[in-house]
Design a protein around this ligand. Sequence first.
Ligand code: ADP
Length: 378
Amino acid sequence: MKKKISKVLVINSGSSSLKYQLFDMDKGRRIAKGLVERIGCGGPKDHTAALDQVVADLGDAARGIDAIGHRVLHGAEVFKDSVKVTSAIMKKLEKLVKFGPLHMPPNLGGIKACEKIFKGVPNVAVFDTAFHQTMPDCAAMYAIDPKYYKKMGIRKYGFHGTSHKFIVQEAAKFLKKPVSKVNLVTCHMGNGSSLSAVKNGQCVDTSMGLTPLAGMVMGTRCGDIDAAAVLSIMEAEKLTPAQADNLLNKKSGLLALTGSSDCRDICAKAAKGDKQAELALEMLAYRTAFYIGGYNTIVGGADAIVMTGGIGENSTEVRERIIGRLGALGIKLDAAANRKSHGVTAVLSTKGSKIPVIVIPTNEELAIAQDTVAVLAR
Ligand code: ADP
């Protein structure tokens, strides 16, 4: 008989920080959460030392952990679902480092540290890309010589999959439909943002691409841009690929347009009449509405538009601007519901709207814990 999995530790291991949450899955509740910072730069010397600190911080709660779920950035085409980590799986994971040279080494470092410290406790890798692996080729391929796909794996992968999958499941419950029958446009809007088209519970398109740079206007990322514009800037400013990457990922988006990457600051500036802040919010709303319209077509008519993430769950102003652009889909904003809904499940459209707009708070850590239990129950 399989061992019952009750106590699950969730690890999100980044290059210089490690976030963790501990769940009691019997009660479906969080027992503890925390963050270890400055790994390798003043704090713990490596991820093993960081995990030693997690164990110390957890105290008695660190005893009896049944399983550990790890957030892993990239599963490429190898992993279409979460997976229990064995030495053979670890070898496959090591080969995927090229898909996320910044994130994958610390992600895998977190798993290796857990293998050392929590001996015999199973580790499960949960991928940001896995949910999107059901995309058809017509959505996933780029219109370039196919040799770049064959040689280098250049295609659309998509990210935030754990969050999209979680809100699909929650939305299906809310709509009282089986997941396999639900058509949705899901909008994860935080510092990084992505939209997904979900048909019969499966992802058929998503706005991020080979990397999390594509799609929406984001906190510090430009999202969709003509590739020739990037080449022109590189040539004019004599930028290396690494410098261009930094410019587009870290110094673009809302930050470049307004001086701040935080939506709250930008809304406050726009309310005072700041023209750049106003333009940035309109660009964000425009592009989001553009994708919602396209994805509604792709899924053959959505049962609901679902919003989540820091902005989707909280920003009255941004939601108003987006929903205000969806009139052609028969959607009308319920202004009172929009004003009072923060961080809770709520319907933001009027009763008469053709497609409801629903806010569903995401919980990526709980989703990772749930997947960990599901994988080990197989
Ligand atoms: P991350 O992608 O880093 O997880 P979040 O999902 O926390 O980010 O989203 C961060 C964004 O959400 C920021 O732009 C922030 O301004 C916005 N946000 C968070 N809370 C609110 C709020 N109460 N009102 C408006 N925007 C908010």
